[in-house]
Design a protein around this ligand. Structure first.
Ligand SMILES: NC(=O)c1ccc[n+]([C@@H]2O[C@H](COP(=O)([O-])OP(=O)(O)OC[C@H]3O[C@@H](n4cnc5c(N)ncnc54)[C@H](O)[C@@H]3O)[C@@H](O)[C@H]2O)c1
Length: 313
């Protein structure tokens, strides 16, 4: 019998590349489709001699066909604030056109489909922690809207393909995830702090640093995504770590793990920066029997070698 075959759009990115590893580990043959806009071939270098793996350099905003697949994992989309600000139009295009094309593949081959949505769908939330039933508080025309609204549209198209074409969908609302293969300069809290700490630079804290974030280690995140993929749930499921840290607390953990003597430097808060972001993962706990196992300090230690090498390249 042929191995099951999966398509991973955005497979050369941070999460996509870890997902490719996990799917190969589960016995899938994997085709990654990526135009390398924000991803890197080096994230997949370790798979270059893997006979069950293939990277196709394609822009999924154009129609494409990767051949028959059993599962489509749609992960292509610039995800860091730096990337989606630079590539605002491309972000809207991949969230809209790219999503149609990924769904068309699932429809054509009768494949199951999982899309990586985001906690940004909740915007600057007025409800805390955020449950999947919360509709969000999103500025549709602010600087972050290219990402937030692209992902909300992605969810809408995905639900429409389920309702109108019976595509077997799953929607993962991913919260801040970190770990090896993140870009060092992507503007997200952990790579920023790790880079600055490892280079002996001041750690930049925006606002007074009392805003909170929760951080999920990549291994936990991928485990949650795979459990969702195997479930029969069609409505969105939050996959993230509910343990909240203020930005200042997070900076202190980074200093402790890196042994750095860097100081904190305070700068004005960017527009529409959410004050609080924390998933309610009751649904994932009950439905998928999943919860994250890696605490922040352990995850930072597991990521240290990667960030140290990247910071001194
Ligand atoms: N990392 C997180 O904390 C996080 C949080 C919430 C949601 N997500 C979602 O997870 C997915 C992956 O995020 P990531 O952190 O790995 O980002 P990433 O930038 O590392 O990966 C995205 C990948 O998509 C590719 N891509 C972009 N446009 C494309 C196009 N038109 N055609 C083909 N490939 C294209 C990029 O080259 C890149 O390899 C995204 O959909 C993102 O919205 C991530």
């Amino acid at each position: 019998m042929n191995p099951r075959r999966a398509l991973v759009t955005g497979g050369a990115g941070f999460l996509g590349s870890h997902l490719c590893d996990a799917l190969l580990g589960e016995g899938y043959s994997v085709v990654a489709a990526d135009n390398l806009l924000t991803g890197r071939q080096s994230n997949l270098d370790h798979l270059r001699h893997e006979s069950c793996f293939e990277l196709r350099q394609v822009d999924i905003t154009q129609p494409f066909d990767c051949g028959e697949v059993d599962y489509v994992f749609h992960f292509a989309c610039p995800a860091s604030p730096v990337d989606y600000t630079v590539h605002g139009i491309a972000t809207l295009q991949v969230g809209s056109l790219g999503t149609f094309h990924a769904l068309e593949i699932a429809r054509k081959y009768g494949a199951k489909y999982l899309v990586s949505s985001t906690s940004e769908c909740y915007g600057d939330p007025l409800e805390h922690p955020q449950k999947e039933t919360y509709w969000g508080n999103v500025n549709p025309i602010g600087p972050r809207s290219v990402y937030d609204e692209a992902k909300r549209f992605t969810e809408a198209v995905t639900m429409a393909y389920h309702r109108y074409h019976q595509v077997d969908i799953r929607i993962a609302r991913i919260f801040n995830t970190y770990g090896p293969r993140m870009q060092l300069n992507d503007g997200r809290v952990i790579p920023n702090f790790m880079k600055q700490a490892l280079r002996g630079e001041d750690l930049t804290v925006y606002g007074d640093g009392s805003q909170t974030r929760s951080f999920c280690y990549v291994r936990d995140e991928i485990e949650g995504l795979l459990r969702l993929a195997k479930s029969t749930e069609h409505l969105p499921v939050n996959i993230g770590n509910p343990t909240e840290f203020t930005i200042v607390e997070c900076a202190r953990r980074v200093l402790a793990v890196t042994g750095s003597k860097s100081k904190l430097r305070y700068e004005p808060l960017p527009q529409d920066d959410p004050k609080q972001r924390c998933p309610d993962i009751t649904k994932a706990r009950t439905l998928l029997r999943w919860e994250p196992k890696t605490d922040l300090e352990t995850g930072l230690r597991l990521s240290l070698d990667y960030f140290r090498a990247a910071a001194h390249l």
